[in-house]
Design a protein around this ligand. Structure first.
Ligand SMILES: Cc1cc2nc3c(=O)[nH]c(=O)nc-3n(C[C@H](O)[C@H](O)[C@H](O)COP(=O)(O)OP(=O)(O)OC[C@H]3O[C@@H](n4cnc5c(N)ncnc54)[C@H](O)[C@@H]3O)c2cc1C
Length: 425
């Protein structure tokens, strides 16, 4: 990993300054550089203590390959060949169990499960030689100048750029500096995450148990290992986090109904309070929002980071096109273009995840009946299943070009790990 910050060159004016070097900022900066924009990435190195994994779907995998990061990731990822939904609610009527197969939409895998810490480490390495990386503790000042923005780091360095990509997380200072308002809400839920070993093969199937307090999802990792996202009440998540390994794995085994055989041991557990948040506009006054600076949602359906990759790719594409046409890439017209491009994708995912989460929590029989009927329709209707699978992984018409498959067009995702499925678990 590039632990040293590069000296700011004499010419400290850039096309794009990306603020925040979490996974969204790293990808946005690499997309900017890939599209020929002079790019600076400012912020601390992402935490290596993040025990989360991200299920990154086919378009995001295409992008990682395009950015040259895939080869270094490939040994640490597991393909998701199928997604299984199991109704574990103690409701009067149980919804039918459903399994979606990637093959049904001509893919080898819907995507790949990747540890966040590995992802950010590899992306960080990719920045070397492609863009200017300033490993600052953070940007503390932002000032609009005649034709751009001047940023000041907490170490006193100054950077100027035509456009700022704010990837500084859910409490974004860059967003506040241009007075972009938010809709925010919270859920009485928390997600406990860990990874664990098991005696039985996962067969590259991700299984989501729909429980009374939210979903419990086990996602394949390489070998006989899986990652866990267990949505519970905040009190119960805190209790589970404090249990010894044997007691914790015992409760987990009960919840997953013997799915993976004998469990253990597990890695350190982390708990995340669930929140929802969406910006009222996604760009204003030379600042465009990327990742959690623009949208936060519960970890259901693996949408958050996949959406953030699309933010970064779309911004780079829109800015590079504008520059090629002689436009100021931070102009109001370009900001509006980005807002228009991202709004439908972001808002439909934020509200879709919210609806799904609330329908799982609802104690009301009519809501449970509706959910069951929806799942039944999905279990019998091929076209509906295929449409939803494609939508769920983000294979949409509006996908930025650099997220499309290099050699097979939009309908076929690249499967860099073809054949990997056999013999790894
Ligand atoms: C339990 C859980 C499971 C999840 N699973 C999935 C999944 O399977 N698939 C998926 O797609 N998504 C998933 N997500 C969502 C995904 O983890 C998030 O979308 C992603 O981590 C957000 O990354 P980010 O870069 O936008 O924000 P962050 O990771 O918060 O990064 C923001 C960065 O900005 C920096 N920063 C802050 N202020 C400043 C400043 N002033 N100057 C410079 N830098 C600054 C911070 O230090 C940080 O490094 C999950 C989320 C949770 C909670």
């Amino acid at each position: 990993m590039a632990q040293e910050s590069r000296q700011i060159p004499d010419r400290c004016r850039f096309d794009v300054a990306v603020v925040g070097a979490g996974p969204s900022g790293l990808v946005a900066a690499l997309c900017g550089a890939e599209m020929g924009l002079s790019t600076v990435l400012v912020g601390p190195f992402a935490s290596r203590k993040d025990t989360r994994t991200a299920a990154l779907m086919a378009p995001a995998v295409n992008l990682l390959q395009r950015l040259g990061a895939w080869e270094a990731l490939a040994t640490g990822v597991a393909p998701l060949k199928a997604i299984r939904l199991v109704d574990s609610k103690q409701a009067l009527l149980r919804a039918p169990e459903i399994t979606f197969l990637a093959q049904e939409i001509d893919l080898d895998a819907f995507g790949y499960n990747i540890a966040n810490a590995l992802l950010t480490e590899v992306l960080e390495r990719q920045t070397a030689g492609r863009l200017t990386r300033i490993a600052s503790a953070g940007v503390s000042g932002i000032e609009h100048i005649a034709d751009g923005i001047r940023l000041t780091t907490s170490e006193g360095e100054m950077i100027e750029a035509s456009l700022v990509a704010a990837a500084d997380g859910r409490h974004s200072k860059m967003r506040d500096a241009v007075a972009i308002a938010l809709s925010s809400w919270s859920y009485d839920q928390a997600a406990l995450v860990t990874t664990f070993r098991h005696s039985r093969d996962h067969s590259f199937v991700s299984t989501e148990f729909h429980c009374q307090t939210g979903p419990l999802t086990v996602v394949p990792m390489p070998g006989r290992r899986s990652s866990l996202v267990w949505v519970e009440t905040p009190d119960n998540a805190a209790r589970l986090a404090k249990l010894g390994d044997t007691a914790f794995l015992g409760e987990l085994a009960d919840h997953i109904q013997g799915l993976l055989g004998v469990l253990g041991p597990s890695s350190p557990r982390q708990v995340f309070r669930l929140q929802g948040q969406t910006a009222k506009t996604f760009a204003r006054n030379r600042v465009a929002l990327i990742g959690e600076a623009g949208h936060v949602m519960p970890p259901i359906g693996a949408q958050g980071l996949n959406l953030s990759f699309r933010d970064g790719a779309a911004l780079a594409e829109i800015a590079a096109t504008a520059r090629a046409q002689g436009e100021d890439i931070g102009s109001t017209a370009v900001m509006e273009r980005y807002d228009t491009a991202r709004r439908p994708d972001v808002t439909s995912r934020v509200w879709g995840v919210d609806l799904l989460n609330r329908s799982l929590l609802s104690p009301y029989l009519p809501v449970n009946l509706l959910r069951g009927a929806g799942l039944f329709a999905l279990s019998v209707s091929g076209p509906l299943r295929r449409y939803l699978m494609r939508e769920g992984i983000g294979l949409t018409e509006a996908l930025p070009l650099i997220m499309r498959s290099v050699d097979a067009g939009l309908d076929k995702a690249i499967s860099p790990l073809d054949g990997l499925g056999s013999g790894r678990a």
